[in-house]
Ligand binder design. Structure first.
Ligand code: SF4
Length: 401
């Protein structure tokens, strides 16, 4: 996506309040170009459909330091999963070894993920790991509830961060309690966001972009204006809007069709009141199904090895939605280091199995962003889309896929 106007739904992953191109799937092209330039990939083989070797490093890695969280949001997609993992936290020695591998491999983006709150791990120690990332090769990103966000308030940590996505779903203490079951948090969130903005300003640091990710569920969909006003008052760099999904069985948090009609109306009124033209133009995208149309039997993310997911118990996966299924686990950091697992026999077997089963699993229908990246890579290989200029690398947050 470039500039204003309606987005190309085939390649856009989400919509920000202010148009940004960093949620376009095109950034995956940098990873392919890097593989071609380094000789790890061969253009002719990519085009003729033969299975390439896995890349020697994943481009980006998502780490779940802990499955525990200090709040209980009604819309949390991970509660059952976290319970199954017994709210496990990674031990510090494993985290050290993992970061040793990431450094050695030159992984480009390290994302510390929520669903489990990364900042409660060892009382905010993740900030220290980020401050020690190699700034020549690597950047960090994070999804957090920001209740203990002050642990990131170190210029060396923030200098290495590209984005922080803050979960926003309420506008005062009472509404926060209704959604997340805990009081005294929302003031801390606001205070911590302002603190990080202050550290950025005082140290002349451009990033990270600290964004409100407004999560809309059945409980809070009537509060859109209040939540939006609160987000503006806090001083986020950008505001994203996301309707939650019923990811887990038995979870009923996504808007009903009647609620969707009401929400559309209040979103359009908000757009009129604050001249949010970009949201208005893309209202169908915001409210629409996130899945991909068509049938896919190829996933470049899995085929090339662009991404990895590392869970708190050390399990490593190469396709997010397959977590927790032993047959898709490519290894466990309890027994081997990450750089030893990567590219090994189990990894190759699982990558092939994931792709072989794509059509029957229909993974592309759930809105996995990687299918959009796959489409973009395929379009580039067939000459329909250009590879991107180097000077757009940063603005597209291309460290992260
Ligand atoms: S869910 Fe499907 S599209 Fe997403 S990474 Fe896995 S195989 Fe690829």
């Amino acid at each position: 996506m470039d500039g204003q106007g309606s987005v190309d739904e085939e390649t856009q992953i989400t919509i920000t309040k202010t148009p940004k191109n960093y949620f376009s799937a095109h950034k995956a092209l940098y990873a392919v170009e890097d593989g071609l330039n380094s000789g790890a990939l061969d253009l002719d083989s990519l085009k003729d459909g033969s299975r390439p070797n896995l890349l020697p490093r994943p481009w980006s890695v998502e780490i779940y330091p802990t499955m525990a969280c200090q709040i209980e949001c009604v819309h949390c997609y991970a509660q059952d999963r976290n319970r199954e993992y017994r709210f496990k936290s990674m031990d510090a020695a494993m985290m050290d070894r993992l970061h040793g591998s990431l450094h050695r491999m030159g992984v480009r983006g390290v994302q510390y993920c929520g669903g489990g709150e990364p900042l409660i791990w060892k009382r905010g120690k993740i900030g220290e790991y980020i401050a020690n990332l190699n700034i020549e090769t690597t950047r960090a990103g994070m999804a957090s509830n920001m209740i203990t966000g002050d642990s990131l308030a170190n210029p060396e940590t923030l200098r290495r961060m590209t984005f922080i996505e803050v979960a926003v779903f309420a506008y005062d203490d009472e509404t926060y309690f209704e959604v997340a079951g805990r009081r005294g948090c929302i003031e801390k969130v606001a205070k911590n966001v302002r603190l990080l903005q202050k550290v950025k300003r005082e140290n002349g640091i451009d990033g990270p972009s600290i964004n409100a990710k407004i999560l809309i569920n059945r409980l809070n969909y009537c509060w859109l204006k209040e939540i939006y006003d609160w987000s503006v008052s806090v001083g986020f760099d950008n505001i994203h809007l996301r309707l939650v999904d019923d990811y887990e069985e038995g979870v009923d948090v996504a808007l009903s069709s009647q609620q969707l009609v009401e929400f559309r109306q209040s979103l359009l009124e908000l757009c009129d009141e604050y001249q949010l033209d970009y949201w208005r133009e893309n209202v169908d995208f915001i409210l629409g199904e996130k899945g991909s149309t068509g049938e896919h039997n190829r996933c470049w993310t899995v085929r090339l090895g662009l991404n990895a997911w590392v869970l708190a118990n050390g399990e490593v996966y190469v396709c997010g939605p397959q977590w927790g299924k032993p047959e898709y686990c490519i290894g466990n950091l309890t027994y081997m280091d990450f750089h030893e697992i990567w590219g090994g026999r189990k990894h190759r077997e699982v990558a092939k199995k994931v792709e072989d089963q794509m059509m029957s699993s229909g993974c592309y229908k759930i809105g996995c962003r990687h299918i959009k990246q796959t489409k973009t890579i395929s379009a580039a290989l067939s000459g329909q889309v250009d590879f991107l200029p180097p000077d757009e690398f940063e603005s597209r947050h291309s460290w992260f896929l």
